[in-house]
Each structure stands twice: as structure tokens, then as C-alpha cells.
Design a protein around this ligand. Structure first.
Ligand code: AHR
Length: 840
């Protein structure tokens, strides 16, 4: 089409001008993407179809969300169109080079976009919009590069709107990028600030009892090799090359057969295993001098004088004789740290056990099995547990790590993920039933973070841990869809009906659980509630809980359905089915829905729309953000409609470049939490993420607690969580801060929250100062009747870059009555807990 002909294209809408006399009524809008499909939909405009200007420097207005990162998420040959009837925008693009798999998305204004739909080319007619304004395919020269795309004429106001949106976005990004390292310039010449803090007791309101909790996900080796106290790695010989990104993993991983100085791989067999869920075992050609050795997880750490429970399942091969097997723990030099033995003589699988006592502290010991007779032995589930687990449970948790979690005083525990819960493809969805029952019958599972889950730490152990620490369990189950970023070849894709589009089945949510399998999946969800709460004798799943040693119900009250899923038709259909089934059968259970992985955008908007339509009681929000976002969005929840779903802020953290966990991030979180506590009538629960990370095996930073085999290393952010967890309230008392400095940048960096804990009668004042100067304050608790008060102060402070700072608790002696002075140190978070000593 020639340019002249094109200039006659119809202009949509009445031209809108912004009052500047010489602006055009209409211009050309060009839409395109990079030829390789990366980077999403971009826009450019032109006054004459000849000279082109990028909109927002080529930033994208909508991105493809199909399939895994890296190889997918591509937008090839996007075609943007606008319907005459309603001026809505519609974009159709190809997802892969095959051209068979397409996507469709619509928008009222090019700024907000509805959920994307993915479909086979044979259905194109269903998605192609009718009656669109004329548009033509075009090649344009943009900033020196030729781009191919589509062009149409639009009111200039349309271009102005997208430009101002992009500029506003840039402005917000600049605010969010504010860092303390710029403080010497931002606050040059700033004098210490004076503040008066006053409360309005008549505005007290009840707030959530469950505000601070924890989110346990098996990421960063948080479970096996971490919280789960098992010391033997690959005890079940089920490691596999499919487990993840590790080269050469198989059933022999972490094991070796040694004879003198020679080392050989272990032989693995699968005939007649202990249980079909645990199909592999080791075959040891035993003779004196041969040993079977396990390295543990970075070695086995032992403490002098402590006892360790050793066990294995064993049988002698047909035609072979068994005998004694010495079990030793050796240090790196081969010195014996503990010794015992078991007898292997049964022809059938039989559990043998013994106890070993360490005679020295060792950081990285090995387990060594030393047969004393000649014969072929089959060995499986070779296990070593410290007797000193958290609360002394068998198959228990590592005591120091579990205690560090308990010290946060979390009111709930979300588990088992995160991405681990919805999984990498349907086959990888975390099936809770595979994680309970006898250990030798549990189903190991590939961990999508690139390793192996034995699931020795399974649903029973999660529930038990919650009970141990007085926290509500909050299990999260997939909403019938795997992670939208999945890229696994599922058997569903490989076995889909002839002629069906395998690409669509293979990637992401589009491979949701097939509808004919959804009733069984929903039954699994209902069975979980029965497992947790059902009668120990009269219900099938309650009986299984009792068999595991817990006849009393676990008193489950919450269940999460979905994890930051992409809100597509595939999701909505399945979520609604599960939600309705749970609501009908168990109205006593609070279902927690999901609203995507960000604090805004399509999944957030669509997730909230769905939750509102269905009346879902609570939704799970996630956002990992700059500290600046937390400073500049303290009113985020003040605007929330109290009549809609409650909020569970299930994953959040302040992220700086390089991802440290330091005073800057911890104080940003503390500051933001003052605003969350103010809104704890709508925000019911919060949990920082991720929780645990094993040094040397970390896929994600920052985390709340780092650890190795011998040490637990809480981060600075841990202390923020602890100060909130240990000082939670049940009533929020409105407070006002008046500063002698009117700058917005100063005001936004001082945060206060006053709460009352009705159980103890204590009043708690939380004070955050993210300024580089002190804030000398007068705290006026007028209206609060404090009889004979005493107080303790917990302070977390340091240089913004400090990663080692710890909170310090001391008596707060300045508490005379309802009015007292307190100077907030520069860069600090203080909690003052006031106790009344009535009648003393
Ligand atoms: O917390 C780590 C991951 O972040 C979670 O698995 C997932 O839900 C989120 O994307």
C-alpha cells in the first residue's frame, strides 16, 4: 500500500487535543516486536508515516507469558488491531516458529491487558476480532533499524496517553530505585529530626492474630540436607538424572564402594523393591575389606557424646548368605568416631537398626558400612538421624534450625511452596499423598529448583511442626495447573489425542490437569482436610493420620489453592471447581486464593476479579520489590476495599542489586510492616520469602536464614521478622507522627505503629527510622491507662550495608507514664514493649 493511500485510512474516534493549538489530531501508531520474539509488544508513532519515534524508548506494553523463561515467553509477529465498535485493542501473535500455536490478548487502552489466551491456529477465526479499523503491515526504519509490524491511524491523544503512562512508570521506577547510598546527597545538611508521636485510642481496631508467619519452601536445600534431620544423602538410591540441573546424578549419587584405596560406583537394582514408590536399591558384593560409604550432605556433622539412630532395609540375595555388617562413622582421616553393627540375614526385606554414639565433634564425617562376611546384599533406606531432633521426634527436624524458626514466634506456617507446590509440569505437582506414610513407601519427587526431594519431610511432619510451635498450618495445593513457567515434557503432552496441539499441552498452565482427572484431584484436596481433621477411627484419612502416630486432629483451618498462577481460562475453570467443592464440603475451612506474582498487572487484576466474583475469603499476594517501593507504597493497603477478600501477603522481600540481606532491606521491610500492621484488619497474614538457604546450595537470594551443617545464620531481616513476631498485637491503636521537618522524603522514612496485645495487656510501640540522622521523639500515649509500667526495648540498627547486625534487647528505663522521650538512632528499628505491673 502506498503512503498516500495509507494516509486515507480512517481515524478512529473523535480526535482529542490537549489544548495545544498546533498538535495533530491524529498520527500513525506502529506496533512490532523483536524478530526473535523477545521483549514483548512495542510501539512507535509517526506524524506522517515516514519519520518514526519510539514510544517509551521501545519498552514493551504487553509481554507473552507462555511457557518457560529463556526458550519461550516469545511474541512472534504480533498483529495489533482495534475494533470499531468499542475501540478495544486486540493482539494476536505466534508463540513458536511452527506458527501453529497462537496467543490472543485484549486491552481497553493499551495499558491494562486482560488474561492471555493460547490456542491452536485452527481456532484463529474464533479470536480474530471483527470490524477493525484499517491497519496495514509495514516495514519502518526506527532508530536506525528496520522493524516489521502493523500500522494504523489513531488520535494523537492515544499516543499521548501511552507516552505519559510510560513516563509515569519511569518516574515510579526512579522512586523505587532510591537507595540509602544516595542519602548523603538526598539528605545533605539534614539536621536531627524532632518528632511527636500521639495516639488516638478511640480509633483502636481489632487486627489479625495471625499477621506474622513463615513460608517454608523446599528451595535452597531447605528440606533434605536442611531442616529435615536425615544425615544420609540419597538414602533411598532414588536420585536420578531427571532430578535437575546436576550432571551425572543417578541412584549411586553420594555413595561409593571402597576397597583399600580403590573406589567404585555402587550397583543399583530394581527387581522386587521394598515398595513400588521406592523402586531402586543398592546391591553390594560383600566381603571383608569392602565398604559402602555415604558422604552425607557436604559431609555428616557429628557432636561428641550425641547418639545417632542408624537403620536400613536389607535382604540377602537368593543363593547368598548374610552376616554381620559393621556400621561406622569416620572422620576425614579415617578415624573411627562411632561404631556399631547390624545383622543382615533375612531373605525378605527387613529393617535393621542400631544406635551410634560419637566420640568426637566432627564437621564432615562419612558413614561406612563394612560387611564381615561374603555374600550379595540388597540394601535400601540407609538412614542416620541424630536423636537430638526438634522436640525429640523420630524422623524429626534439625533442632537448631527448627528452634530458630520457632523463635520467630510465627502464627502460621505455609508449606510446601511456592513453585514447589504447583510444580514444573503436571507430573511435578506436589501430591501430598505421596509425602505421607512409611518412609520406604513415600514417593520421591524431582524438586523444580534442581534437586531431589525424598519427602521424608512430608505433610505429616509439616503438620506436626506447626503443632509443636503453636502455628496454624497453611498447606498450599496446586489449583489444577502447574507453574506457568513450566517447560516439562509431560506424559499428558506425549499422550494427548491425535491431532491435538502438543506445544500447548507441553508448556505452562495450558497443560492443566485434564478435566476428566479433575474429580480425582479435587478428591485429593478434600482428603487432605480429612487427613488433618478427620476422625481417627471413622474416616479413612483420619485413620492414616492416627497410624502415623497422631490420633488427635491437627485442626486445619486454612488451605491455599494455587501459587501466583497466571490467571487464564485454564486456571479459572479448575480453581473454581476446587474452591466450590471445598466450600461445599468444608465451609469451616478458609480457602486462600492467588492473585499472581506481582503487586499489579494482569494476573493481579484478574485474580482479584475472580476472587471477588467467587467470594474467596482470602487471596495470596506476592511481591519482591526494591526497598524504595516499600518506602513509597506505604498506603498500598490503606486503599483496599474492606468488603472484599482478606489478604495473605504470602511472599515478599526487599531486593537490592546483588541481593544482600542487610540493614537497608531489613529496615525497609520493618517500615513497610508498620503500614501492614495499620492495615491488619484487611491483611490477615504475611510471610517473608524465602525462608531457608543452605550455603553452597542456594538458588535464590536473599533468604531469611542461611545455614550449613553446623551453623545457623539468621540474617538482619530475620530480626525484623522476629521483632514483629514476638511483639504482635491484637488491637491497632491509631497514631500520628508530627515532624519538625516537612520534607516528604523525610516523612516517608519514619514509621510508627502502636498495638495492644490483649492476652498480656501489653502495649507495643514500633518505631522505624530510615534516615541518616537521629529522630528525637516524644511518645504520648494519652488515653492509655498505664498502671505502674515497665518496658523493654529491642533495637536493630547499623550501617545500611551491615549484614551482621543483630537486635539487642534491654530494659527501657525512660518509661515514666504515658509520655516518654525516645531517640530513634539513625537507620534503626525499635520495639518498646510496655507491660503494666498492676497491683505490684
Ligand atoms: O520464594 C521463591 C519463589 O518465588 C517461590 O517458589 C515462588 O512462589 C515465587 O516466585
Amino acid at each position: 500500500m502506498s503512503l498516500c493511500l495509507f494516509l486515507t485510512l480512517t481515524v478512529p474516534l473523535q480526535a482529542i487535543t490537549n489544548g495545544v493549538a498546533n498538535e495533530p489530531d491524529s498520527v500513525y501508531l506502529f506496533s512490532y516486536s523483536h524478530a526473535d520474539g523477545s521483549g514483548g509488544l512495542k510501539l512507535a508513532w509517526s506524524p506522517n508515516g515516514n519519520r518514526w519515534f519510539s514510544v517509551a524508548e521501545g519498552s514493551s506494553f504487553v509481554n507473552s507469558d507462555f511457557g518457560p523463561w529463556g526458550q519461550m515467553k516469545r511474541m512472534l509477529k504480533p498483529h495489533l488491531m482495534q475494533t470499531r465498535a468499542d475501540d478495544r485493542w486486540h493482539c494476536i501473535w505466534e508463540l513458536t516458529e511452527s506458527g501453529n500455536s497462537l496467543a490472543y490478548v485484549e486491552s481497553p487502552d493499551l495499558l491494562q491487558w486482560k488474561a492471555q489466551k493460547y490456542f491452536d491456529r485452527s481456532r484463529l477465526a474464533e479470536y480474530r476480532p471483527a470490524e477493525v479499523y484499517p491497519n496495514v503491515r509495514k516495514e519502518v526504519l526506527l532508530n536506525g533499524t528496520v522493524q516489521q509490524g502493523w500500522m494504523q491511524r489513531v488520535p494523537y491523544a492515544t499516543v499521548q496517553r501511552v507516552i505519559s503512562f510510560a513516563e509515569h512508570k519511569k518516574y515510579r521506577q526512579a522512586l523505587h530505585a532510591e537507595r540509602t547510598e544516595q542519602d548523603p546527597v538526598r539528605f545533605a545538611g539534614l539536621k536531627p529530626v524532632e518528632a511527636t508521636i500521639e495516639v488516638e485510642t478511640e480509633c483502636a481496631k481489632p487486627i489479625s492474630k495471625h499477621l506474622i508467619g513463615i513460608f517454608f519452601e523446599d528451595i535452597n536445600y531447605a528440606a533434605d540436607g536442611g531442616l529435615y534431620a536425615e544425615l544420609v544423602q540419597n538414602r533411598d538410591f532414588e536420585y536420578s538424572s531427571k532430578d535437575g540441573s546436576h550432571q551425572g546424578w543417578d541412584g549411586t549419587y553420594a555413595w561409593a564402594v571402597k576397597e583399600g584405596n580403590t573406589s567404585a560406583a555402587v550397583t543399583i537394582a530394581a527387581a522386587d523393591p521394598i515398595h513400588p514408590n521406592n523402586p531402586h536399591y543398592a546391591v553390594l558384593e560383600a566381603r571383608p575389606g569392602v565398604t559402602l560409604q555415604n558422604d552425607g550432605f557436604d559431609g555428616i556433622s557429628l557432636k561428641k557424646g550425641e547418639k545417632y539412630d542408624f537403620s536400613l532395609f536389607a535382604r540377602v540375595a537368593p543363593g547368598s548368605k548374610g552376616g554381620k555388617v559393621v556400621v561406622c562413622l569416620l572422620d576425614q582421616t579415617g578415624r573411627e568416631i562411632a561404631r556399631s553393627s547390624v545383622n543382615v540375614s533375612s531373605k525378605e526385606w527387613k529393617k535393621q537398626q542400631t544406635v551410634l554414639t560419637a566420640n568426637a565433634d566432627v564437621r564432615a564425617a562419612v558413614l561406612s558400612l563394612q560387611p564381615q562376611t561374603v555374600g550379595t546384599l540388597h540394601l535400601d533406606m540407609i538412614s542416620l538421624f541424630p536423636q537430638n531432633t526438634f522436640k525429640g521426634h523420630k524422623n524429626g527436624l534439625r533442632a537448631d534450625l527448627a528452634q530458630t524458626l520457632a523463635d520467630l514466634h510465627p502464627r502460621f506456617v505455609r508449606f510446601p511452596g511456592g513453585c514447589v507446590a504447583h510444580g514444573d509440569g503436571i507430573d511435578n505437582i506436589y501430591d501430598w499423598k505421596g509425602s505421607i506414610g512409611p518412609l520406604e513407601a513415600r514417593k520421591p519427587l524431582r524438586n523444580l529448583w534442581g534437586y531431589h526431594q525424598t519427602r521424608g519431610l512430608g505433610y505429616f511432619e509439616y503438620f506436626r511442626f506447626c503443632e509443636d510451635i503453636g502455628a496454624e498450618p497453611l498447606p498450599v495445593l496446586a489449583a489444577g495447573v502447574p507453574c506457568q513457567n513450566s517447560g516439562t515434557h509431560t506424559h499428558y503432552a506425549d499422550n494427548c489425542p491425535q491431532g491435538a496441539n502438543k506445544e500447548l499441552m507441553r508448556y505452562g498452565q495450558q497443560g492443566g490437569i485434564p478435566m476428566e482427572e479433575m474429580p480425582a484431584y479435587i478428591q485429593d484436596v478434600l482428603d487432605l482436610i480429612e487427613y488433618a481433621n478427620g476422625d481417627a477411627r471413622r474416616t479413612v484419612w483420619g485413620r492414616k493420620r492416627a497410624e502415623a502416630g497422631h490420633p488427635k486432629p491437627f485442626n486445619l483451618k486454612y488451605i491455599g489453592i494455587g501459587n501466583e498462577d497466571m490467571i487464564t481460562e485454564v486456571f479459572e475453570e479448575r480453581f473454581a471447581m476446587i474452591y466450590k467443592a471445598v466450600r461445599e464440603k468444608h465451609p469451616e475451612i478458609t480457602v486462600v486464593g492467588t492473585v499472581g506474582p506481582f503487586y499489579e498487572g494482569t494476573d493481579y487484576a484478574e485474580g482479584w476479579r475472580l476472587a471477588t466474583e467467587l467470594g474467596v475469603p482470602m487471596v495470596d499476594e506476592h511481591y519482591y520489590v526494591d526497598p524504595g517501593w516499600m518506602i513509597h507504597n506505604q498506603d498500598y493497603y490503606d486503599r483496599y476495599d474492606r468488603t472484599k477478600s482478606k489478604v495473605y501477603l504470602g511472599e515478599y522481600a526487599a531486593h537490592l542489586p546483588g541481593r544482600p540481606n542487610n540493614i537497608e532491606t531489613a529496615l525497609a521491610e520493618a517500615l513497610y510492616l508498620t503500614s501492614v500492621e495499620r492495615n491488619a484488619d484487611v491483611v490477615e497474614m504475611t510471610s517473608y520469602a524465602p525462608l531457608l538457604a543452605k550455603e553452597g546450595h542456594t538458588q535464590w537470594n536473599p533468604d531469611l536464614i542461611y545455614f550449613n551443617n553446623t551453623e545457623v545464620k539468621p540474617t538482619v531481616g530475620y530480626y525484623t521478622q522476629q521483632m514483629y513476631g514476638q511483639n504482635a498485637g491484637t488491637q491497632y491503636i491509631t497514631s500520628h507522627v508530627t515532624l519538625n521537618n516537612g520534607q516528604e522524603a523525610v516523612r516517608k522514612r519514619v514509621g510508627v505503629s502502636v498495638v495492644k496485645d490483649e492476652a498480656t495487656g501489653d502495649h507495643i510501640v514500633k518505631l522505624v527510622n530510615l534516615l541518616p540522622v537521629e529522630v528525637s521523639s516524644t511518645v504520648k500515649l494519652k488515653g492509655i491507662d498505664l498502671q505502674n509500667p515497665s518496658a523493654v526495648k529491642t533495637l536493630l540498627t547499623g550501617d545500611p550495608k551491615d549484614k551482621q547486625a543483630r537486635s539487642v534487647t534491654s530494659a527501657f528505663v525512660d518509661i515514666g507514664g504515658t509520655e516518654f522521650p525516645y531517640t530513634l538512632p539513625a537507620y534503626s528499628f525499635t520495639v518498646i514493649r510496655i507491660h503494666e505491673n498492676k497491683g505490684k
